[in-house]
Design a protein around this ligand. Structure first.
Ligand SMILES: Cc1cc2nc3c(=O)[nH]c(=O)nc-3n(C[C@H](O)[C@H](O)[C@H](O)COP(=O)(O)O)c2cc1C
Length: 188
């Protein structure tokens, strides 16, 4: 069974995480591991009036962010990809500098050393030089910097439509089949 890791951190944009998690909820053939920082839970409540458990798909394996004994803290754990959605500047910095202060940073560190896909859905505006340098460092180490920048050319009818389309672009980078994204030139 293919395995994926979705990590939530405390940036704005929980609607993207919700849609990515919903996709996995509809794919019981995929094994899903989830980590959430304390700040992620706080922003989930503020933005979506939701607890993590409300958006967690049935069957997902939730790991405490403090659990360095979790399987995904080891390179011997094989998985197809990790996405941090949304990704704070703090988590970006920790990953870029190889600081394994929690399980999210550690899992990203491990995935990068094992040359497995790491997608960082970074979110902040404007960006300072520290953010830009950390993005460069993470990209140089192999991460895909995937700014939380949804598209509008498909004319989203509401926020869910907008977020689903964007979630589909993340799934593209994990190599997952889906029908969430309006594909330019493929309509109809
Ligand atoms: C409502 C809210 C929105 C936030 N949005 C962002 C954001 O978009 N980007 C960011 O880097 N930090 C944002 N923060 C700050 C982070 O949550 C904070 O830096 C936290 O320490 C990050 O911890 P984490 O990376 O472990 O989740 C936000 C905080 C709150 C309460």
């Amino acid at each position: 069974m293919k395995r994926y890791v979705v990590a939530l951190t405390g940036a704005s944009g929980m609607i993207y995480a919700r849609e990515v998690l919903a996709y996995f909820g509809a794919r019981p053939d995929l094994e899903l591991h989830v980590i959430a920082s304390a700040a992620a839970r706080q922003v989930l409540a503020l933005e979506l009036d939701a607890a993590l458990e409300d958006v967690l798909p049935a069957g997902a394996r939730l790991h405490p962010e403090t659990d360095f004994a979790a399987p995904l803290a080891s390179g011997s754990f094989r998985a197809q990809g990790l996405v941090v959605v949304p990704c704070t500047m703090g988590t970006l910095g920790a990953i870029a500098q190889g600081q394994s202060l929690n399980l999210i940073h550690r899992a990203a560190d491990v995935f990068l050393k094992e040359r497995r896909p790491v997608i960082l859905v970074v979110r902040e505006t404007p960006l300072n030089l520290i953010h830009l340098r950390n993005m460069t460092a993470a990209a140089e180490a192999g991460a895909v910097i995937f700014p939380a920048m949804p598209s509008f050319y498909h004319r989203p009818e509401n926020l869910t439509d907008l977020a689903r389309n964007f979630a589909g672009r993340i799934l593209d980078h994990l190599g997952l089949e889906h029908r969430l994204t309006h594909r330019w030139g493929e309509e109809g």
